[in-house]
Design a protein around this ligand. Structure first.
Ligand SMILES: Cc1ncc(COP(=O)(O)O)c(C=O)c1O
Length: 371
């Protein structure tokens, strides 16, 4: 068990590296294992070693690997129909109805994609179509993907060798552990967010279409903002007629004890993106928003191709998403996430339900790291 990788992994890894690029991300490059089977929380390599998959397939295996409900749904679908491009299929509207039960007020229109970056790009196209504005604000610590625009919105992935990025107005992520202004919450009065007014004013000559943020920062360092921060940012942006885009590719589908993490912060976004956990590992992502925004011309105009994608919303991914929602509900996984969070926060294993809301005060944001 401790002599990893085993001989079969080593052999297959060497075979793979002949043809596949070497930068498989630091997670894979750090241990050359070759996996062949997953079952619940476990994953097995080709040498028969069994692991607990703490990465959960990079936060996608929300119901575990190969949950029997999903296996059954996918088997049934695979015998019927795999793909029809944008046409409706019998189950797509049901999935949307099911999803809309989990959406913030006003969010009732859905577009399906396969990758997070492409979904964020779609959200931006919808926002620009609606506002007729083309510039955006994003946060420090942000991660929204690796296409040119999503990389530009992100705060970390801009090696100059990739060429110029798109100009973005950069706002402070409300990070109380490493306060960008070296202040302490709550005495700071959310100064980092209050600074957004000046930052927005000073950083763009054009009016901005929207601000995009992760309600809990993910790849840029797991950061839980203080209560009130997103609400205040939303107020500042609304005064400028900017839309609010909550990127929940990582935090959505129940990971934080609510279907969407923004629900912890009492903010109603105009558009949200989510999906890492929606297909339990099967690629399905969603851009969801208010109907008048999502249907704006040209992004959502009838007869146009502004939202088009080759594989989005195909019947197999719809089946996987339906299966995931069914399991999440039947097994109480969102409540489970909330209860686990409560236990970790309190440092106890009492089985009691958490009574505390999210927010950096509860995490000891005045100096201790809880991560
Ligand atoms: C918040 C957020 N947005 C977008 C993305 C990009 O998703 P993808 O890697 O599927 O393009 C990620 C990926 O981790 C993410 O965490």
């Amino acid at each position: 068990m401790y002599n990893l990788p085993g001989p079969k992994s080593r052999e297959l890894w060497d075979k793979d590296i002949e043809f596949v690029i070497s930068g498989r991300t630091n997670i894979a490059d750090s241990l050359p294992l070759v996996f062949e089977k997953g079952e619940g929380v476990y994953i097995f390599d080709v040498d028969g070693n069994k692991y607990i998959d703490f990465s959960a397939g990079i936060l996608t295996a929300s119901t575990g690997h190969c949950h029997p409900v999903l296996v059954d749904k996918l088997k049934k679908q695979i015998e019927k129909l795999w793909h029809v491009y944008a046409f409706p299929t019998p189950d797509r509207a049901d999935l949307c109805r099911n999803l809309s039960r989990h959406m913030p007020k006003g969010i009732d229109t859905f577009a399906f994609y396969c990758e997070g970056s492409i979904t964020v790009e779609a959200a931006l196209r919808a926002a620009s179509s609606f506002t007729k504005r083309w510039s955006y604000a994003a946060m420090t610590h942000a991660y929204h993907g690796r296409t040119l625009m999503t990389r530009s919105l992100g705060a970390h992935l801009l090696p100059k060798e990739f060429g110029p990025s798109v100009q973005v107005s950069r706002l402070h992520y409300p990070d109380c552990y490493r306060c960008p202004l070296k202040l302490r919450h709550p005495e700071c009065g959310l100064a980092c967010i209050e600074a957004s007014t000046d930052l927005l004013q000073g950083s763009s000559t054009e009016p901005l279409a929207a601000v995009i943020f992760e309600p809990i920062a993910g790849a840029g360092g797991i950061i839980v903002p203080p209560q009130g921060a997103w609400k205040r940012l939303a107020e500042i942006c609304r005064e400028k007629d900017m839309l609010i885009i909550s990127d929940e590719v990582l935090t959505g589908v129940g990971r934080t004890g609510k279907f969407l993490a923004i629900e912890h912060f009492d903010v109603e976004p105009d558009i949200t993106t989510f999906g890492k956990g929606l297909g339990s590992g099967f690629p399905v992502m969603v851009a969801a928003g208010k109907k008048e925004i999502m249907n704006a011309n040209p992004y959502g105009a009838a007869g146009g191709g502004g939202s088009s994608t080759s594989f989005g919303g195909n019947p197999l991914s719809v089946a996987a998403a339906e299966g995931t929602l069914e399991v999440i509900e039947a097994e109480g996984l969102i409540r489970n996430a909330e209860e686990r969070a409560g236990k970790y926060r309190s440092g106890r294993r009492t089985g009691q339900r958490s009574t505390q809301p999210w927010g950096c005060e509860e995490w000891g944001c005045s100096g201790e790291s809880i991560w």
